[in-house]
Design a protein around this ligand. Structure first.
Ligand SMILES: *Cc1c(COP(=O)(O)O)cnc(C)c1O
Length: 397
């Protein structure tokens, strides 16, 4: 599969070993355990000398096909999966961090990840240093003081900031840290953190990988040694991906390239289009030349992704009037699906913060996250246009 192109891989990769009865599609294997008549064979599988499945909390054929497909798309040696993206993140950190360890990360990680850093890890005597996301020198200074884990996410949620993964991974490696990158926003279509020096890549498969907002899941890719350690933690702690969810994610991934390329295009056009509205006071998208890290994004990404955000004049009141006007957008706490999804940051990613905390993080109260779907761009533009028109008379700018 190495020489095969991405789109072909996303369709064919990882499925062969999980097919049965001549079926061309991977079956949903709803079996908790796997039986053996030969006690020696059972033993050989159980101790890992022979391939096979024993118990659903550990492995399952449908789940395995999903893991294999992501592994091949991320060009990794190994991969393992989880019930959700947060399970992937918490199990990975749980595998690597012990009392007395130190982790360096950024302030703009996903809301749940940020809670792990600020609420849970400190209770286990793990020191967490969260740096300003755009400040590469500050991150390097903190890495140089020593850390067990360097945890990155790029682009970030919701202001789509970009971190130079290659530069940070190099700094992390130089102090012996395990470098982790949450690649959810970029997807393997747009960015391959392992090629940029990351040790482990994490996805919330719930978002772009599945792409249809109908299944939760998470995945971790990396070296065999690291992934086996994370897998062992997960098989014991039990955050296993369900076979039905694995099936839906696997099916969604067949169109990953088509979807993400369309979402890249739509997001770019929407970002440019939004700049023309009087009520829009700022547009955040790494594909815009005025994005502070547009050049870094251009170097490390093949496409700028399907998510952008924009701030409207008049803050919360404008958001309250504007969002209900949209016809072709789900107002929901999700992203990466085939439908366009919108939501105010104060309700979605940063609902736990006070207005002052959000302001300190550079998140205006009128910020809207826009995850472009795969609809026709003319309709999405027209939808935004009519929504702004509809509130034009009631909102004082
Ligand atoms: C949604 C998300 C997660 C968490 O994933 P779940 O599947 O909801 O647990 C982690 N990181 C990023 C960047 C996300 O967008």
């Amino acid at each position: 599969m190495k020489e095969t192109k991405f789109g072909t891989k996303s369709i064919w990769a990882g499925e062969k070993d999980s097919l049965a009865f001549g079926a061309t599609q991977v079956p949903v294997v709803h079996s908790v355990s796997f039986g053996y008549e030969d006690m020696d064979e059972w033993y050989e599988v159980a101790i890992g000398n022979k391939p096979g499945h024993i118990y659903g909390r550990n492995t399952n054929p449908t789940v395995q096909a999903f893991e294999e497909k992501v592994r091949i798309l991320e060009n990794a040696e190994a991969s393992t999966s989880f019930s959700t993206g947060m399970a992937a993140i918490s199990n990975t950190l749980g595998t690597l961090l012990f009392p007395g360890d130190r982790v360096v990360s950024i302030k703009d990680t996903y809301g749940g990840t940020n809670k792990i850093f600020t609420e849970f890890l400190p209770k286990q005597q793990i020191e967490v240093m969260l740096c300003d996301t755009g400040d590469h020198e500050a991150i390097e200074r903190e890495i140089a003081k020593g850390c067990k884990v360097l945890y990155l996410e790029s682009p970030t949620n919701p202001t789509v900031k970009i971190t130079d993964i290659k530069r940070m991974a190099k700094a992390g490696k130089s102090v012996g840290a395990t470098v982790i990158v949450d690649n959810t926003f970029a997807t393997p279509v747009n960015q391959n953190p392992i090629e940029l020096g990351a040790d482990l890549v994490i996805h919330s498969a719930t978002k772009f990988l599945g792409g249809h907002a109908d299944a939760l899941g998470g995945v971790v890719c990396g070296s065999k040694e690291l992934v086996e350690a994370v897998y062992h933690y997960r098989e014991i702690n039990g955050a296993t991906l369900d076979p039905m969810a694995a099936y839906l994610l696997l099916r969604g991934m067949k169109t990953l390239k088509l979807r993400v390329e369309q979402q890249n295009k739509n997001a770019q056009e929407i970002a440019e289009y939004l700049k023309g509205f009087e009520l829009v006071e700022g547009v955040y998208y790494p594909g815009l030349p005025d994005h502070p890290n547009h050049d870094i994004a251009k170097t490390q990404m093949k496409g700028f992704g399907g998510v952008l955000s924009f701030a409207v004049r008049g803050g919360v009141e404008t958001v309250r009037q504007f969002l209900p006007q949209l016809q072709f957008a789900n107002r929901a706490a999700n992203l990466g699906s085939v439908e366009t999804v919108v939501g105010p940051s104060r309700t979605t990613s940063h609902v736990e913060c006070t207005p002052a905390e959000r302001a300190a993080m550079g998140i205006p109260e009128g910020l809207i996250r826009y995850s472009a779907g795969i609809e026709d761009i003319e309709d999405l533009k027209q939808d935004l246009h009519q929504a702004f028109q509809a509130i034009h008379t009631t909102v004082q700018s």
